[in-house]
Design a protein around this ligand. Structure first.
Ligand SMILES: Nc1ncnc2c1ncn2[C@@H]1O[C@H](COP(=O)(O)OP(=O)(O)O)[C@@H](O)[C@H]1O
Ligand SMILES: [Mg+2]
Length: 277
């Protein structure tokens, strides 16, 4: 079992420069994530969820405030943090095992150990027998399993997932949510999941961080004190979901609409509003 450090985000502010003007994207984010926790993040499009993950993974270093892992400031990417995106980002000309092995490019394991680790992780995501398959021979769900195996192959302490099941059909999504839960319990690592799906957030998260946009802020952290596996049809589950949904209630529709409405732009008919949650 991995022993992840505590992730401590303190007074985080992030802005981008757009056409010479500073665009505040994240404002005053404070969040402490204990080792081994499962934290879900929900919020409308553009509220900075992906930016927050990019900062935690270390792909961007330009920010104000502190992002500390085990008390150390995060400086650049590291093998102890893995990430999975909505698109699987597999190389089409490489087999499943070669795609997973790519995650080990910077590791110092011997060749034999690398082979064993790759095999173990293909098994972990339930793809034994598909080692020699190419991405075009896999379904969307299977491709995401490969992406998860690749992200875990270095045995990271933290796995970040940015809407990993967003492009999958409902049945596959529900199945992969259970699989992710199993992997989390088996590996004992910290998982941070960004999702548009409140049910997914509540099914998996110990806490659901609700963000609000322009600039991206944390509106509330909703604890989900329910044992796993969670029964989606139970009253307690519905109540937890309701607590998260409540944070979106009473917001002007424009705040949840996607794409963000610009000042002065005519409002689309209500039938065309797209809610991000
Ligand atoms: N590289 C960038 N340059 C300028 N603006 C960006 C950049 N990346 C993201 N943004 C802006 O930051 C905001 C937050 O984006 P993002 O983190 O992708 O939101 P989310 O993942 O919640 O949809 C958006 O307004 C987006 O347009
Ligand atoms: Mg995003």
């Amino acid at each position: 079992m991995a022993h992840a450090g505590t992730l401590d985000i303190r007074g985080l502010n992030k802005q981008y420069e757009v056409r010479g003007e500073a665009l505040p994207v994240l404002q005053d984010i404070h969040l402490t994530i204990e080792p081994g926790a499962f934290v879900s993040i929900v919020g409308s499009s553009g509220c900075g969820k992906s930016t927050l993950l990019r900062l935690v993974i270390g792909l961007e270093g330009d920010y104000q405030g502190e992002i500390l892992l085990n008390g150390q400031r995060i400086a650049g990417t590291s093998l102890n943090r893995g990430i999975v995106f909505q698109e699987h980002r597999l190389f089409p000309w490489l087999t499943v095992e070669k795609n997973v092995a790519l995650g080990l490019l910077n590791s110092n394991l011997t060749e034999g150990m690398q082979r064993a680790t790759v095999r173990e992780h293909i098994e972990l995501v339930g793809l034994s027998g598909f080692e020699k398959a190419y991405p075009h021979q896999l379904s969307g769900g299977m491709s995401q399993r490969v992406a998860i195996a690749r992200a875990l192959v270095n045995r990271p302490d933290i796995l970040l997932l940015d809407e990993p099941f967003g492009a999958l059909d409902a049945m596959t999504r529900a199945h992969l949510q259970q699989e992710l839960l199993r992997i989390w319990q088996q590996e004992g690592i910290t998982m941070i999941l960004v999702t548009h799906d409140v049910e997914e957030a509540v099914f998996l998260g110990d806490q659901v961080v609700v963000m609000e946009p322009r600039p991206g802020r944390i509106r509330r952290v909703v604890p989900v004190d329910l044992p796993h596996p969670r029964e989606r049809t139970s009253f307690a589950f519905a109540a937890a979901k309701e607590a998260v949904m409540h944070e979106f209630a009473g917001h002007p529709a424009a705040e949840l609409a996607e794409p963000p409405l610009k000042r002065g732009e005519p409002l689309a008919p209500a039938s065309q509003w797209q809610f991000a949650v």
